[in-house]
Design a protein around this ligand. Sequence first.
Ligand code: NAP
Length: 313
Amino acid sequence: MDKNMKTKIAIIGLGKIAVDQHVPSLGRSDKYEVAAIVSRNAKLDGIDAFENIQDMIKARPDISAVSLCVPPQVRFKIAKTALQARLDVMLEKPPGSTLAEVYALEDLAKQNDCTLFATWHSRFANGVAIAKQKLLSLDIKTVEVIWKEDVRRWHPGQDWIWQPGGLGVFDPGINALSIVTEILPEKFYLTDGVLHIPQNLYTPIAADLNFKTVSGKPVTATFDFLQTGPQTWDINIETNQGLLALSGGGANVTLNGKTLVASDALASEYDRIYARFATLLAQNSSEVDVTPLMHVADCFMLCKHEAAAPFIE
Ligand code: NAP
């Protein structure tokens, strides 16, 4: 492909994250042209709209890539259709509702010579690369994750979150796990935990989790979907040289109170994601890391399930 040619991309699912981040980010990039929207309801002024991907593929053979912003439960079928039509695919997190689905998509991408990019937007937050670099020269003693947000504020009307495959509080919690799996120099695994599941729903509203690194260091995580007031997306890492603290979902980093990075989280994450996708497209390669989803699957497998009070939005 001509290096100066823009990739014609379609956004599939025009919900909160597509409108808040994907559309503006693509608008700022000189690498892409938003050529179509696939949505059951929504439209964007001046852009072709289709109700399903099959209609888009028939009508617009010039489109070469799709960005999937639909809930995880419907992602596999759409991604499979796209890859079988030889379209390059970018997936919002989590990449699927099961691990097996994602491995199958990876195979389909290879068979069809397509790029598959399973994104973890929090890994692109401003402080993550710096925290990762710092930790290479520090001895870690403990890791504490506190991820507490108000589901009514951030996920209004998103019934899919409470259905099987929607992950409940792990929808944000997996963002924390995507950062921790990126920055810790060694692997960790779940030892025990509790999932709190509202009696009227299928997915957890809170979780208390204990992991251990391979060398035996404790990693704890507390996820809560009922946090009103200030919201907390913190990772505190005690080291031999003091506390390395990430806050704001990876946007800010301090070491012993001294600021290493101070920024705004989501604003730059999606610009970096689309830049990374452009690099993968140019290299004709894929990037699929299921590690955060693997930890979530382990939580659903190993944790105690406790009934919590019914939740009504
Ligand atoms: P959302 O507001 O509910 O939007 C999802 C969109 O997917 C809907 O607007 C709908 O668009 C489409 N869709 C297609 N089939 C659907 C179905 N069976 N049920 C429901 N929607 C269906 O959700 P979102 O917050 O944008 O999240 C989408 C994905 O992005 C999730 O995996 C989430 O984890 C991830 N994400 C969200 C955020 C955030 O802050 N909200 C941040 C980062 C990542 P149409 O009506 O256009 O078809």
